[in-house]
Design a protein around this ligand. Sequence first.
Ligand code: ZN
Length: 429
Amino acid sequence: MDNAWIIRGGALLDPTDGDRGVGDLYIADGRIVADPPAQARTIDASGLTVMPGLIDLHVHFREPGHEGAETIASGSHAAARGGFTTVVTMPNTRPAVDSPEQVAFALRQAASAGAVELLPSACITRERRGNALADLPALAAAGAAAFTDDGSTVSDDDLMQRAMQQAATLDLPVMDHALDPILAGKGVLHDGEAAQRLGLLGIPSAAEDRIVARDIELAAATGCAMHIQHVSSGASAHMISAAAARGLPVTGEATPHHLALSDADILSDDGNFKMNPPLRTPEDREALIDAVLSGGLSILATDHAPHLAALKAKGIRQAPFGVVGLETALGVTYQLLVVERGMSPQAWLQRWTTGPAALLGRPAPSLTPGARADLALVDLQTDWQVDPDAFVSLSRNTPFTNHRCRGRTVLTIFAGKITWSDVDSTPRL
Ligand SMILES: [Zn+2]
């Protein structure tokens, strides 16, 4: 039988069900099944953890427009290497994803790459200009999974409110790159110690906090699910946690870089430490970690943002914002949250699976028979160091070069098909 597998002897980790101990898992016709299928091939997973593939709610694949930095195919394969089986792409391509044709294009390219399920988000406003609403019902009908003008916020409160009213009727979330463009100005780093030391303009935390407060008000007023992207400020993390605790449809995501790094780590004029929003203070970083541990921030996401090396080499003032993350996310976050901060592996896995799935209105990823066979087989025992030259992504712009990690994807399976295999460490196949 095609794509029939017996995954033997792995430690089964289910985000909904917890640690199931060592056991076998069976796959047939792209789904997890209860009984061993006939004529199945065997994968020896001894020493590995078998868990649902991760969902990344926030990636930038640069097609169309900047295919030298990343294509939908190269990004899909980088995702598979990172243990991801589903990604949500951002619409700030050129042209932007503000038409049903652009949504259909992304879906077609992803289907031909075949390495992950790609869920396109689409623009809130036409051409991401913040002036007029895009045709949200038409975008939804074409397959948009969420709406965002990521890269910028929608500054016009009334326009954002109308977008959320429409999105609520379409049962889709609005996601916001919460940053007030006036307060952010031409800043390039957090308005703090590193910016002063390097003589660079700062972006105050207030630029984020002000918009997060507004977005929470709009979620309360409209009932629309509001998701705050790449939360960087401790005050914003507190607001989101409090809103969620009050029962409002508000969620937030933290990125590996905002959790593992702060502006104190920016030691030189290195463009690989420039991202939007910026790395903030060590105190902000601690508040973000606390919010992820408590569940106030229920989602981890990479904000994978590939850029050409030549552009990143221009230094912090001139380099574009953004860092890659798909191939380091699992190891960086497992090391930080589970190894160093004592988070349970199940809770860590929930932030990468059930958290984003709930926002997207999709079934909770699990190892239960009937679930689509989207799996990551990971080595959670061995330390490794980040080597950007090994990336499958077309871009190398990471702040994590030589970063010590635990948690490495050995094999990824998407809908029953192997999409990544680390041949060196899987002679057992
Ligand atoms: Zn953004």
